[in-house]
Design a protein around this ligand. Structure first.
Ligand SMILES: [Zn+2]
Ligand SMILES: [Zn+2]
Length: 281
C-alpha cells in the first residue's frame, strides 16, 4: 500500500482546522451578542458535534474532499467503532477543558494539577513522536488516527488517475489579490481630482496616538463624526515618510498629491516636518 503525499495530508488537515476556526469565531461573535457567553463551551461542543456528523461520520471532511482523500480503516471506509472513537475524542476534549477550568477555579488540589501537567507533557511528547514517524512513514498525521489506525487514502474514484488537484480556487484568489494590489498602487498615482480627498485638519493632540494608527484617515473620519474607533484606522499598506512616520499608502499619497497641487509640502502630523516622499516599510 503506497502512502499518499504527506503535504496533501497535512494540507487537508490545516484546511479543516481553518474552516473550523472560522465557524467558531462566527459562533463566538453571535453568542456574545446574545449575551450567552457562559455557555460558550457548550455551543462550541454542539458545533463540533454537528460538523462531525456532517463530515467525519460520512468518512470524509471538506479539506480531505478537496484533495480527493477519505478516512479509511483497515478495510474500506470507517467502521462504526472508529467513528465512535473519534466521537469520544470530541466529548473527551470538552470534558478535559471543563475539568481544567474547574480545577483552576479551585484552590488547592496541587497534586491533581501537577498530574494533569505531566500528562499534558506526555501527550505533547507522543504527539511529536507521532509527527516524526508520520514524516518518515507517511501514515497517520495525528495521534488519534494512529491509535485508531485510520489512514487518509485516495478515494476509489481517482485512485487510478494522476494526482490532480483543482487549483482553480487558488488561481482566482491570486489574480484577485494582484488586481486589488495593483489598484491600491495605481489609484493615488492617477491624478484624478475626483479621488483626492480634501486636506485633513489634524489636531496636534492626536500625535500621541499609537504608531499603528494612521492619523490621516483617523482624524478625517473622526472630524466628520463618521467613526472614531482606533481599531478601524490601523495603517494599511504602511509607507514611511522621510521623517520616519508611518501612514497608509493611499492616505500619504493623497496628502503628497494635494501638497503638490498647492505648491507646498505637507507637514507630518506627528512631528511637523515637511514630507517630501514616502517609501514602503
Ligand atoms: Zn490612513
Ligand atoms: Zn513625521
Amino acid at each position: 500500500m503506497n502512502s499518499q503525499n504527506r503535504v496533501i495530508q497535512l494540507d487537508s488537515q490545516l484546511l479543516d482546522d481553518e474552516l473550523g476556526s472560522l465557524l467558531n469565531k462566527q459562533l463566538d461573535d453571535s453568542i456574545s451578542i446574545l449575551k450567552l457567553s457562559q455557555w460558550k463551551d457548550e455551543f462550541q461542543l454542539g458545533l463540533s458535534l454537528l460538523l462531525f456528523r456532517l463530515t467525519t461520520w460520512r468518512g470524509s471532511t471538506y479539506g480531505l474532499k478537496l484533495h480527493n482523500l477519505a478516512l479509511m480503516g483497515s478495510k474500506n471506509g470507517l467502521g462504526l467503532k472508529k467513528k465512535i472513537f473519534l466521537l469520544g475524542l470530541i466529548l473527551g476534549k470538552y470534558g478535559y477543558s471543563k475539568f481544567n477550568s474547574y480545577l483552576y477555579r479551585e484552590n488547592g488540589k496541587e497534586k491533581v494539577k501537577e498530574a494533569i501537567e505531566k500528562l499534558t507533557k506526555l501527550y505533547q511528547l507522543l504527539d511529536f513522536y507521532n509527527f516524526v514517524s508520520f514524516l518518515v512513514g507517511g501514515r497517520f498525521p495525528n495521534l488519534a488516527y494512529r491509535i485508531s489506525q485510520i489512514e487518509l487514502k485516495k478515494t476509489k474514484l481517482v485512485q487510478e488517475q494522476s494526482e490532480t488537484i483543482s487549483f482553480e480556487f487558488q488561481n482566482r484568489q491570486l489574480i484577485w489579490n494582484t488586481l486589488t494590489e495593483f489598484l491600491m498602487f495605481i489609484m493615488p498615482k492617477l491624478n484624478l481630482s475626483y479621488f483626492l480627498k480634501s486636506d485633513a485638519k489634524i489636531d496636534p493632540n492626536l500625535r500621541f496616538l499609537p504608531e499603528r494608527v494612521c492619523l490621516i484617515c483617523y482624524s478625517k473620519d473622526s472630524n466628520e463624526k463618521k467613526d472614531d474607533s482606533l481599531d478601524n484606522h490601523l495603517v494599511t499598506n504602511p509607507h514611511e515618510t522621510n521623517c520616519g512616520h508611518v501612514y497608509c499608502y493611499t492616505c500619504i499619497c493623497n496628502q503628497l498629491e494635494l501638497g503638490k497641487r498647492e505648491g507646498k509640502l505637507w507637514a507630518c502630523a506627528r512631528c511637523g516636518e515637511e514630507v517630501e516622499y514616502a517609501k514602503p516599510v
